[in-house]
Design a protein around this ligand. Structure first.
Ligand SMILES: Nc1ncnc2c1ncn2[C@@H]1O[C@H](COP(=O)(O)OP(=O)(O)OP(=O)(O)O)[C@@H](O)[C@H]1O
Length: 368
């Protein structure tokens, strides 16, 4: 069964332009999907419309197979069966942890409420914390309580609104995987809103990338990273090397400043030959400039050392911007050095003239 289905959702505020524009999204039951997009693209508005705080101009929303919003239907927030985990827990400061978690369990009797709240606190790793007050917890613990509170009434859908924003980066990744495990254990369908691509890729089963109120691509994290729909998605979802390129219809290679590069899929047959090649920085390798296999050579302009790896920026003749190479292991180059470059694997190719918003990368799927 479908956990969440959003169809042709259009929303504007007052006389402003469209904030959500014919947006469609599906989350299978029991999955965690992320909505990823830059600031102002409409992520929070989407959550508010799904939760029932904002009425859309048009479109339909169903949760667990039940229409909560559509022609002639606009259920109030409290009747949608939604649990919300906000940016900063928003716990009731005057209630103990267990009473916060039990808050939405009013229809149950006292003993059942306590038992369910304790179960949820165990689930988020806070068994034994029930009698503390919120101010006696760390920020990460408060977020766990907020998740326990959202899950306690067994909602049909959990909305997570940038829930790790207020935490420092060390805490974020640990809490992220704990939240994911807790959602899984509870069998919850969940929608996570974030502008952080690492968070979306690492936490979600599926990711929908939103730009200007529309879903420009949705897929598994791997599909988005390996087959971005266009150069914009490629740069937004991870680091990308974008190169002006020429590839004729059906070509298996593209010609670029990095030489002749094999394409992961043959170029499509429409439009002109000009386009953009997309590579990931880990597809480029540094090599000796005299290496006969090198497809180009250039000068190192900058080295950004991260410990576990380094990004090496290399300027190439004919390119305004340096290309970025991700290297692991000992670093053998310094700014000013001349280096050769090798390309590994296949590149994506996107023709200049086509405007793709259909979630595909426009290729025909054949291997090149
Ligand atoms: N209550 C409102 N009234 C009028 N315009 C609004 C309102 N809320 C949001 N907007 C506008 O709608 C657009 C989308 O805002 P929204 O908050 O949904 O984006 P977002 O993707 O969540 O951004 P961020 O990541 O910065 O939170 C923005 O242009 C914003 O200015």
């Amino acid at each position: 069964m479908t956990g969440l289905r959003v169809t042709s959702l259009t929303t504007s505020y007052g006389r402003g332009g469209r904030v959500l524009d014919d947006l469609g999204l599906t989350v299978p039951e029991g999955e965690l999907a992320a909505v990823l997009g830059p600031s102002g693209c409409g992520k929070t508005t989407l959550l508010r419309v799904i939760a029932g705080f904002v009425r859309p101009d048009a479109g339909e929303i169903s949760i667990g197979g039940r229409t909560v919003c559509g022609p002639g239907v606009q259920l109030p927030p409290e009747r949608r069966g939604i649990g919300i985990m906000a940016q900063e827990g928003a716990l009731f400061p005057h209630l103990s942890v267990v009473r916060n978690v039990a808050f939405g369990l009013r229809p149950l009797d006292r003993g059942e409420r306590r038992a369910r709240a304790d179960e949820m606190l165990e689930l988020v790793g806070l068994g034994g914390y029930g009698d503390r007050m919120p101010h006696e917890l760390s920020g990460g613990q408060q977020q766990r309580v907020a998740l326990a509170r959202a899950l306690a009434p067994r909602p049909a859908l959990v909305l997570l609104d940038e829930p790790f924003n207020a935490l420092d980066s060390g805490l974020r990744s640990g809490l992220r995987s704990d939240v994911r495990s807790a959602l899984r254990a509870a069998g919850a369908t969940a929608l996570l809103v974030t502008h952080d691509q690492e968070e979306a890729l690492s936490a979600a089963d599926r990711v929908a990338v939103i730009r200007a109120g529309r879903v420009v691509q949705s897929g598994t994290p791997q599909e988005l990273y390996e087959r971005p729909a266009d150069p914009w998605v490629a740069s937004f979802v991870g680091a990308a090397v974008l190169l002006p390129a020429v590839a004729g219809p059906g070509a298996a290679h593209a010609t670029t400043a990095l030489g002749r590069i094999p394409l992961a899929r043959r170029a499509d047959s429409g439009g002109g030959a000009d386009g953009t090649v997309v590579l990931r920085p880990e597809q480029l390798r540094l090599t000796d400039p005299s290496d006969a296999a090198a497809s180009a050579s250039g000068q190192v302009t900058e080295v950004r050392y991260h410990g576990h790896d380094a990004l090496v920026l290399v300027g190439l003749p004919g390119l305004d911007q340096p290309v970025t190479v991700r290297t692991a292991g000992p670093l053998a180059v310094r700014p000013g050095d001349t280096t050769g470059l090798l390309v590994t694997g296949g590149a994506g190719f996107h023709r200049d003239s086509t405007d793709r918003t259909d979630g595909t990368d426009g290729t025909d799927g054949t291997d090149g």
